[in-house]
Ligand binder design. Structure first.
Ligand code: AHM
Ligand code: MG
Length: 334
């Protein structure tokens, strides 16, 4: 796909996924249909996010006679839940916003389970800084009633994962298990166009990304690792620190520029902060597909078997060699 071809031969996300799926003999278009409903949700949230700052001034759609406006994260969740159910391709939905899983009624059921965080990075919503949607997709075991066990599966069983970043542009990054591709929303077309084909994360990076305000409560390996980033002993330059506090934005930068993103355990939160099913797993899936690694401090992140829907785990992910270093520090502990 040369530059000129990219301008005139538009590779939309739908066309891309249809091509990809046509190589799979068992495919009947169900995945493409599911994805188009996820994409619709992302477009809606993108539009809502870009108008958020104006909401007080002009009033957002749906607001009637002074009734209180829905918070953006609640609104986004409602849109995703409805879009996913109406796709007719889902059976279980797990959202960060909902305590319990949603079981789709039999007449609208399909074979996919979707785990998602409709609007992640809540602390950045009100100041207009990048936020995002994260999702992962599992296939339900065929021939029996869907149960919660269908989603309490290790991340390596995911069929696909992705995120959409509502940043200076709206970017959707997707993997269906054969590499990672990035699409940018062309607002004038209302279509996501392939702009980042076959993303590979640099083997090693120059950036580390962590909430250093928690340093007081870190464990030894994390403390030693961050010390190493700042005061390398092997003659290399210190790493730069970048931390937005939106996982999607911090991971997106890590994927494109290389480096490491960490949300470690600390004395106050022994399991870290980020949620296994719809934050840790999709991002770990994408990292591995792009040639990087994701580690929990104990094991490969995608090998984790979650016991609860909203379980948390520490996470270290990014460039292969940077994650090797933190793995070595944890190995020394044992
Ligand atoms: P949220 O689901 O309440 O938005 O929290 C998740 C966010 C992530 O996007 C981000 O990586 C992390 O929380 C930042 O946490 P902290 O503010 O503790 O650094
Ligand atoms: Mg979240």
């Amino acid at each position: 796909h040369s530059a000129d071809a990219q301008r005139t031969d538009l590779m939309t996300i739908t066309r891309f996924v249809l091509n990809e799926q046509s190589k799979r003999p068992e495919s009947r278009g169900d995945f493409t249909i599911l994805l188009s409903h996820i994409v619709l949700g992302c477009k809606f949230v993108c539009s809502a996010v870009s108008k958020a700052g104006l909401a007080k001034l002009i009033g957002l759609a749906g607001e009637t006679n002074g009734e209180e406006q829905k918070k953006l994260d609640v609104l986004s969740n409602d849109v995703f839940i409805k879009a996913l159910i109406s796709s007719g391709r889902t059976c279980i939905l797990v959202s960060e916003e909902d305590e319990d899983a949603t079981f789709v009624e039999p007449s609208k059921r399909g074979k996919y389970c979707v785990v998602f965080d409709p609007l992640d990075g809540s602390s950045n919503i009100d100041c207009g800084v990048s936020i995002g949607t994260i999702f992962g997709i599992y296939l339900v075991k065929e021939g029996r009633e869907p149960t919660i066990e269908d989603v309490l599966q290790p991340g390596k069983n995911m069929l696909a994962a992705g995120y959409c970043m509502y940043g200076s542009s709206c970017t959707l990054v997707l993997s269906t298990g054969a590499g990672v591709n990035g699409f940018t929303l062309d607002p004038s077309l209302g279509e996501f166009i392939l702009t980042h084909p076959d993303i590979k994360i640099p083997k090693k990076g120059k950036i580390y990304s962590v909430n250093e305000g928690n340093a007081k409560n870190w464990d030894d390996p994390t403390t030693k690792y961050v010390e190493k980033c700042k005061f390398p002993k092997d003659g290399s330059s210190p790493k730069s620190l970048r931390y937005i506090g939106s996982m999607v934005a911090d991971v997106h930068r890590t994927l494109l520029y290389g480096g490491i993103f960490l949300y470690p355990a600390d004395k106050k939160s022994p399991n870290g902060k980020l949620r296994v099913l719809y934050e840790v797993f999709p991002m770990s899936f994408l990292m591995e597909q792009a040639g990087g690694q994701a580690f929990t401090g104990k094991q490969r992140a995608l090998d984790l078997i979650p016991n609860k829907l909203h379980e948390r785990s520490p996470i270290f992910l990014g460039s292969f060699e940077d994650v090797e270093e933190i793995k070595a520090l944890y190995a020394e502990e044992e």
